[in-house]
Design a protein around this ligand. Sequence first.
Ligand code: ATP
Ligand code: MG
Length: 451
Amino acid sequence: MKDHLPQPLRQLAEACPAPLYLVGGSVRDFLLGYPIGKKTDWDLSSPMCEEDFIAAAKRSGFSVRAVYRHTGTVKLEDGEGCGYEFSRFRSDKYVRGEHTPSEIFFTQDISLDARRRDFCANAVYYDIAGEDFADPLGGIEDIQNRRLRTVREAEKVFGEDGLRLIRLARISAETGLSPDGECLSGAKRNCSLIEDIAPERIFAELRLLLLADEKHGDREAPYRGLKILHETGVLARVIPELALGDGMEQKSPYHVHDVLEHSLQCVRHAPPQIRFAALLHDVGKPFCMLRDGNFYLHAVEGARIAEEILTRLKAPKKLIEETVFLVENHMRDFDCMMRDIKVRREILRIGDMLPALFALKQADFSACKGDLSPAPSVVKWQNILDKMKEEGVPFCTKELAVNGRDLQRAGVPEKMTAAALKELLLWCAEDGTRNYPDALLRFAARFAETR
Ligand code: ATP
Ligand code: MG
């Protein structure tokens, strides 16, 4: 393992007055055979106090970014911008479910430190200077057997900190380690504790879970994590609107899965940028079925519900806006019955979001029956888009053959200029040959008269 570690870290370990261990993801991933290096999150631990560690770090040329004396945690950065997090050996006491320990005891005993962690596979230590592993809880065997076991009784481990419920699904997704029976049943029994966790933390873990394939390149990773989230009952607590689709028939020959499984399959087929939209694209279906007895308005209701869910989880504003837009538009022309002229106007209205919408429509199509062939509506829209480009259709006001001042000179009132330019773009979208000053000015004058 030594050869894979950054040189400054090896120097730091030599400068410390007590053994400095790597622990957590870096050791686990190395033992799993995944490459570790530049992008690795280096978690460090040791029986030495944080003052001794800080002094050694400064002597070795590290910058101290933060110190939390209460938990014995120190954040460092080396000269190359690589981050390290040190935590002193400790044992934690919790108030049920609360995530932050109520009492902390520092210790010299590595097995006590291991037992305050979540899974045995995350409690394997590597003594950097001594070049040896320390494995107080049998984590190496778990890694070899591709298994996740809790460091103590699962009931207690999950009962202490609800965040561990979602970490279970995320880490299992990323690593391919499967929770054993006791771990799963302990998580199930405690699933309500996820409700005590701050929404920002839940969102951060859910985001990592949906992007779990980016960690080690396993395409099935996000789907695997979502299945565990569902199986443990955590999904129904975090996004109950979605879990309502469990067992709900689609009543359509196009689908082989129920509403929930179809949503999870859609994530499986979706590229990373649209995974939240893929997960939530049909979230309006259970609502519409329970209210109306059909799925008719599910895209509109789904957009409203997706906004509620992501706002509740405190997702970034841009992600909410894009996801809501995609959910609302995912059914556009799903049956390929829309006239070409309308498709052209839709393409213009959708603008920059078109690649994401195509990706969602493709994932939605493939998720129905596992059919990986191109989705007919995407093929149709792509052909129309190519034709528009060939014709030289303008896609933004800058590409129009007239500007706002030209319109005003031709008699369009100033307050109407922006609306007139927008209307001109839609008019040109129907036929690329219309982008000439005379034709545009005549159209704009008529537009202004009829307003
Ligand atoms: P990653 O590869 O994503 O960094 P990780 O397992 O290293 O995964 P971190 O969040 O970096 O996860 O945490 C480092 C270690 O700290 C974990 O491996 C685990 O031993 C311990 N840990 C982190 N969060 C918790 C928690 N909520 N409860 C118990 N132990 C935790
Ligand atoms: Mg880590």
